[in-house]
Design a protein around this ligand. Sequence first.
Ligand code: ZN
Length: 315
Amino acid sequence: MKQELVPLAGGELNRAAHLRGKASVMRGQMDALVLPVWRGHVPTDAEGALALIAAERFEAAQAYEVFLGLLPGGQPVFARDVSVFAPLVADEEAAPPSPWSTAGVAFQEFEGLIFRDLRAVMTTLTPLEAEMAGTARGLFEWHRSHGFCAACGVKTEMSQAGWQRECPACSASHFPRTDPVVIMLVTHGNSVLLGRNENWPERMYSLLAGFVEPGEPIEAAVRREVYEEAGVRVGKVSYVTSQPWPFPASLMLGCRAEALSTEIIIDPVEIEDARWVRREELARAMVGLHEDIAPARKGAIAQVLMAKWLADDWE
Ligand SMILES: [Zn+2]
């Protein structure tokens, strides 16, 4: 299917990996740009475009910057972690970031820009903008949570313009991790299997999903997760499309699956509820007209898969 239909799955960024070793030279170029990222929030301007700022406005500081790649015009673009900046409204600083928040944060240093959680703006950014923002967010999350060597415990150092960390004690190299997650549209005739997690907004239902385990192929992960969470047996599984989901480090593998059984026995540890939803009901839910099912997050791959099923469009 067309990747550009899936937010965060643009695939247009020229990552120019061969230049990562020369990032300091790229950083010194007159036309170099920087994407500031504050605690996972990314800036947009008054038109809603992702804000890239002239790199010369910031003192180069390797520890805070990663090299994202080259823009179509050839300009080098970096992302910079500005999490130490204090927002103009102090309450925002104290509030724990919520995955559902659309609240904006402003800074004296970035006049006219509003920083929001990437999930709140991913559907309005261009595919290239969303990919840059998602890549930056994923990398910074990794650096934030992987500061010590997994082999010997010593503090590691960023290298390759943010794409590796090196251990000074045991020489181990560490690479940014991405965790595969299967998310599946399980159908039985005219019905789709939806579930809800207790941490989600009220009444929201979505597709079942779960992490792929070591040694496990995608198809087996789909069958195992659906059986574990809902007690439903699944037969045929096919892959549809993917969506990077750097919150903090997932790659969503969107699949279709055909149910062999319909009785639902939920695992209350994993999900709060699961139910079969008829096609007509889902259509109403997706436009917010269902009395007890709120739609899945706009732009998330679950919503993309559901829309494709409703339209019977698997191109
Ligand atoms: Zn080490």
